[in-house]
Design a protein around this ligand. Sequence first.
Ligand code: PLP
Length: 397
Amino acid sequence: MINKKIKERLSQKSVIRELAEYATARGKEIGYENVFDFTLGNPSVPCPAGYNEAVIDMHQTMDSMSLHGYSPSLGNTKVREIVADSIAKRFGLPYETKHIFMTSGAAGAIAHAVRAVTNEGEGDEIITFAPFFPEYMPYVNDAGVTLKVVPARTEDFQINFEAFLEMMNPHVMAVLINSPNNPSGVVYSEETLRKLASIMTKKQAEYGHEIFLISDEPYREIVFDGKKCPYPAAFYDNTLTCYSFSKSLSLPGERIGYIAVHPNAKDADVLSVMFGQISRGIGHNCPSSTPQMAVSRVIDETSDLSVYETNMNLLYDALTDMGFEVVRPGGTFYIFPKCPEEDSIAFCNKAKDYDLIFVPADNFGCPGYFRMAYCIDTEKVKRAIPVMQKFMEECYK
Ligand code: PLP
């Protein structure tokens, strides 16, 4: 018999994907240039030239099996060493090869991290904070664990610590954070991370077991105003950093990322090997060879990410002028305004009549808000602003 749980999921399609499909279909009718599609988080800038050069060079100089053969199940050893050296230098923690596990993007990283620090069927819980990336639900639920969501602190989208403390209990085995955040664009401050670490340290002692911090960081390099994103692992030893090259190098289709186990984490020496065992069980084993070797050659580079800050400034100023309540993003390529009516789905449906395609935030655990992904051409952002003004004038004044 086919799997009932998975079959039920077919009726709960991703709202983001559905809206993106709608935008594409509408584009076929009226020309895609006339559809203001703010749905998908697909990077809009090319990968760095160095990445393409690395791939070409590898194809020209490496023998077929060195290039296309199976990768070791934890990832290519040289690549893991390069990743460990890079983040050790950048973040001042003594990462070694043994702490790095190569994955298929941040998605693969989180799914492995969750399974490694929980036990299925034992009532284990993972806590995350609204607004959150909706794909956390399948990553966590399919591991036989419950995801609990702390309500948002909407004034600045930092952590709602009062609600977090109320929800903490001995079943919590991990806390899952995402900074810079999809969908709010907010970067967690050092103060937030210190406070989180201090609470988790106390709770570990109180409950008598580790509480791991799973830090989802695909947007770590996309930060604005010349700032750097505080590195969560610097504040808490039991951290599993889940990274992806999808956004920083504009390589989402190559499916490559890693988990970095904090060198001082409990069981730091065995966690990567455990990830390898998890891979065996879910058939994810042996990450793709070419992309991992190619990213290792451009490990400290990024695409030219400046367009995201340009687009953010244009949208933030325009949205504020139009009277939207909105927290200024510190990074990512998302902005997360409050809808001018309570029902975000109704708001986004009305916007569709103007070919403005926004994502209602109900699935991000934050009803009443909407997300705009501005990883699109600046020229299109500029053309969208008067259309949004018209929409607001006609529907909400
Ligand atoms: N986490 C967040 C917050 C994301 O926004 C995404 C993708 O958009 C992912 C994880 C998954 O990223 P990847 O493409 O690296 O699997």
